[in-house]
Design a protein around this ligand. Structure first.
Ligand code: URA
Length: 235
């Protein structure tokens, strides 16, 4: 019965009154999130390599999701790749193995990449969030803000030719735009951030987990993939 409602994990021995937390004064919550994000920004800025970032994320205590996760899931693939993909958050398999996109959605992602001649040796894959949210719930804006400096620093260090936002969460977090994925996907966007020498060509597309539920949208994703391949051929 609990599982039917999405409660598939025991995360504590004592009951927690989460409604009480909702009535806590908002500025206090916002201030603690700002402090965590502020210190994340300082820690991330000090990282000079992806190995530094992996170590810094592993030691970062500013995101509560780490308490319920088995592993921090940072990246897979090749830090020298010209293509960088950013997904949403680790799921159960990712949490177990410590690697992004290794569950059912990841297997579909691998097939999508293979369709345009790419594999994990030719791409760098990360997520917007580094720890699995309990029960695979959607990450909160606070959790996203806490992890964002590390995602942005990864983009600056990898400096890919093409950035792919895999799903709405990554597109929203990194572009800071209000449009949904249906409007954002399928066109070239420009990703700009401090720490980058030049803007990066970016494409948003549907998440493979969504495609597993709605296979009819594979057609649009195929068009996005062809546009990415064409961009890489001319770059
Ligand atoms: N979905 C994601 O967005 N990322 C993963 O790593 C796995 C599933």
């Amino acid at each position: 019965m609990h599982v039917d409602f999405g409660a598939d994990e025991a995360i504590g021995t004592a009951p927690v009154d989460r409604l009480a937390a909702l009535s806590a004064p908002a500025p206090m919550v916002a201030a603690s999130t700002r402090a965590a994000a502020g210190s994340a920004a300082e820690v991330a800025a000090a990282c000079q390599t992806i190995d530094d970032l992996v170590a810094a994320i592993g030691a970062f205590a500013g995101c509560g999701l780490r308490r319920t996760a088995t592993h921090a899931v940072v990246y897979d693939g090749n830090p020298a790749a010209r293509v960088m993909l950013v997904g949403e958050a680790p799921g159960a398999e990712e949490d177990r193995l410590g690697k992004p996109f290794v569950g059912p959605a990841g297997k579909l992602l691998d097939r999508m990449l293979a369709a345009i001649g790419l594999d994990r040796g030719a791409v760098y894959i990360t997520n917007t969030i580094f720890w699995r949210p309990p029960g695979n719930r959607t990450p909160t804006p606070e959790e996203t803000a806490q992890c964002l400096p590390f995602v942005e620093r990864q983009i600056a260090l990898i400096a890919p030719r093409v950035l792919v936002f895999v799903g709405a969460s990554a597109a929203k977090a990194l572009l800071g735009r209000a449009e949904g994925i249906t409007r954002l996907r399928g066109r070239w966007l420009s990703y700009q951030a401090s720490g980058l020498n030049a803007p990066i060509d970016a494409m948003a597309t549907f998440h493979p987990a969504y495609l597993l539920r709605q296979p009819s949208h594979k057609r649009e994703v195929w068009r996005d993939l062809l546009a990415i391949r064409a961009k890489l051929e001319t770059a």
